[in-house]
Write a new protein. Sequence first.
Length: 447
Amino acid sequence: IQNNTSLLEFGKKHVTAGLARSVDGVMTKGAGSYVEFGDGKVFLDFTTGIGVTGLGAYTMFPRNDSSHVEHFEGHCHPKCSIAFTEPYLQLIERLLPMMPDPSLDSFFFWNSGSEAIEAAMKMARLFTGKQNIIAMQGAYHGRTFGAMAVTKSKTIYSEGFHPLMPGVFSIPYPYWHQLSLPPTTEQSEITAQCLNQLHLVLSQQTAPRDTAAILIEPLLGEGGYVPAPAEFLKGVREICDKEGILLIIDEVQSGFARTGKNFSIEHAGVRPDIMTIAKGLANGFPLSGVVSRKELTDKLKPGSMGGTYAGNAVACAAAVAVADVLKEEKILENVNARSKELFAGLNELRSKPSVSPVILDVRGQGLMVAVEFASPTGTSPYDSFVKPSAPARLSSRIAKRCQEKGLLILTTSVYEVIRFIPPLNITQEDLNKGINIFSEAVEEVVR
Ligand code: PMP
């Protein structure tokens, strides 16, 4: 295939229509906070492949020098069930001190976030001898069969693919939309209502003796970028302890310094029984993991967990390098400094008289931040999913305008939300550049 245009046409013809893409182009390379396309266009990348390349775009290696290349040398045997590999064990050594609770001391690695979710649910069933899972409305946990059953952000992920895995119940996420409350509602009110819903589900639909686990993203990702109030997470933990239910915390998108702590759940000081990790773990290499307590994982029979590429040595070596860079380059400090600037920039935009009526909320943790817009009159946030003729969402128009100005930025699955998930090591200069482009785009679109 000769040139960029014919490559793109080839892709459109031969890649399944089920793949949605943000940019109509072929990405060829990346460095730091920038990505380049085959037609020569360069974009500032505030998507990081949805939180994957936290330490730099698509360079794969977390550093541009070769200091970590040695990690990869000689590690090409992928199968962890033949024998442990050094990178697999080195990775566990790096991850142990990062865990949100010292009780999390038993690891298993997979390839994707979805597989980690599947494994977490299987483990919860085996550890408790119970079946049912309570998931959150608006949640995204993946597209494989079990993960699809607990994904509740929009029907596109399950439409046409039913019947789903049985034994899944749901309660609203502590997000005002899901309770039909105004955005100004106190967090305590939202928390009380959601905990009440949990009590209702446990008394009306799935008794505690049938409920294996409650599965939560501590910062709702695809469903709107909403941090769960600490009091809500603490309340869920209490119910789990009282009723013998396990708490599965999905940190696939929010983990690895993304929220200004190693894991988002640390903001609430709550202990997970099982935690899923992926994305930022290996900066673009396919690697995910499930973490739990040895006392629980000892119940697994040898052979019940595994997969050809699960925890392959090359991906583990990349993750070892990521863990080292996070520590050595004090990435958490950068995330927290840049986060303050991001919030300041977005709140400044919000204070402008031309913009303030359309911005409902600026929220998030660290560099996982959202701006939510008011839906223009007459359009429901769901219209563009159900009616192809519906006018494009305001947030989609803003994202498109940003793209025209050289900034790649993402919406979320629902409502009028733009999410900011830039590289964790982004410079002050690049962050400001992105905020300026976004601010201009918003003013132009809402004018
Ligand atoms: N959980 C969360 C919170 C996610 O954000 C995602 C991916 N967006 C997944 C699970 C699924 O991960 P994967 O796409 O690697 O299967």
